[in-house]
Ligand binder design. Structure first.
Ligand code: FES
Ligand code: FE
Length: 374
């Protein structure tokens, strides 16, 4: 391949998006090694409520213990390895009982009962408890880490947000912990997770595929993504009253949002699998669950003030704007995915200048995988 002019840099080769071997390496070195945003804490309303989520190659059971804290375990019975729960969510009263031979674990993961063990020496109830997974709560989500020795949450997760916004208080102003889920939509996207990250990072495509979004945020029509510049929030257009599909007034503003954050949109990527969008009256959080090289489940939450959700305010115009953006973006990613295996993309494509910050993401991926260069 002839060298690109210096104003252009190349993307990762197509194989990075299609090869299951690369994906397996990413599962080990990225999703099973870093903090992973797993579950909205409010989905675990009371002790015994649980969710199962896929983190790398592992199924993780996240639940609320009797003391109110969130616990996470590998979803694997210690006896002969049965999946304890196969549903995505549910609730148990006191304990998880394995459907195979009824070994039973309390909400703290200790083995509390194993029937018919006569003739067998005592089974150590702690040693044969469920395997613990590290948990941290932030922004109202349970973040889990499968590493034995997790990396610093402050540096890797909080630090990503601070780097993007320039300080810690801007996200604190939105009180994301206390917001309520007004709407959740789950998307099953037939594309590699990195295509989704790259798409979220750039706005070169905005003028082509996001007519509603560029109406609300006119600067996006010029192709510059809000997250290319530290602390920059894209300003609403002159005749725009709210971050809604038709520019109409949204719902009640989040109380802590500062004057400088009003009428502005901020976008943040928290590597490896979270996108955060901040607007004055709601917050949109995407969590990706990569399942295969070519398949990613995205759970998208629209978070509003609790009183707004509680009184049944019309969230439709607010939700519809970013739902359309999601559909437009995911269709674009699905359009690219099959071509990642084409000879035409064997050496990858090109990043134009307004996409150059995506190059840093590629370097980060390669660094995690221990690869020197693409
Ligand atoms: Fe769970 Fe036997 S595999 S009790
Ligand atoms: Fe987009």
């Amino acid at each position: 391949m002839t060298a690109l002019p210096p104003s252009l840099i190349s993307t990762l080769p197509g194989g990075y998006y299609a090869d299951e071997g690369v994906f397996a390496l990413e599962q080990a070195k990225i999703f099973e090694s870093m903090w992973f945003c797993a579950v909205r804490a409010s989905d675990l309303g009371r002790p015994g409520a649980f969710r199962t989520v896929q983190v790398g190659r592992e199924s993780v059971l996240v639940t609320r213990a009797r003391d109110g804290s969130i616990r996470a375990f590998l979803n694997v019975c210690r006896h002969r390895g049965a999946r304890l729960r196969t549903e995505e969510s549910g609730e148990v009263r006191h304990a998880f009982s394995c459907p195979y031979h009824a070994w039973t674990y309390d909400l703290e993961g200790r083995l509390i009962a194993a029937p018919n063990l006569t003739g067998m020496p005592d089974v150590d109830r702690v040693a044969f408890g469920l395997v613990n997974v590290h948990v941290r709560e932030w922004l109202g989500y349970a973040w889990v880490c499968l590493a034995d020795d997790p990396p610093s949450f402050e540096a890797d997760v909080v630090g990503e947000v601070v780097t993007r916004l320039g300080a810690e208080e801007p996200i604190g102003n939105y009180g994301v912990d206390d917001l309520a889920v007004g709407r959740r939509i789950v998307y099953d996207v037939k594309a590699n997770w990195k295509l989704l990250v790259e798409n979220f990072m750039e706005c070169y495509h905005c003028a082509t595929i996001h007519p509603e979004l560029t109406e609300v945020l006119p600067e996006f029509a010029d192709g510059y993504a809000a997250q290319s510049f530290v602390g920059h929030g894209a300003e609403f257009g002159e005749n725009i009253h709210g971050f809604t599909v038709d520019g109409s007034q949204g719902v009640d503003r989040i109380p802590g949002v500062g004057e400088d954050q009003d009428r502005r949109y901020y976008a943040i990527t928290i590597k490896p699998q979270v996108f955060v969008n901040l607007v004055p009256d709601h917050v949109i959080i995407h969590r990706m669950f990569p399942l295969a090289a070519g398949r990613t489940i995205v759970e998208c939450d629209w978070l509003f003030r609790e009183d707004v959700v509680g009184r049944g305010a019309d969230l439709g115009p607010s939700v519809e704007l970013f739902h359309r953006v999601n559909v437009q973006d995911f269709e674009a990613c699905e359009r690219c995915q099959p071509a990642m295996s084409s000879r035409a993309y064997g050496r990858g494509g090109v990043l134009v200048p307004s996409e150059h910050h995506i190059g840093a993401f590629h370097d980060w991926v390669l660094g995690r995988l221990g690869a020197a260069s693409a």
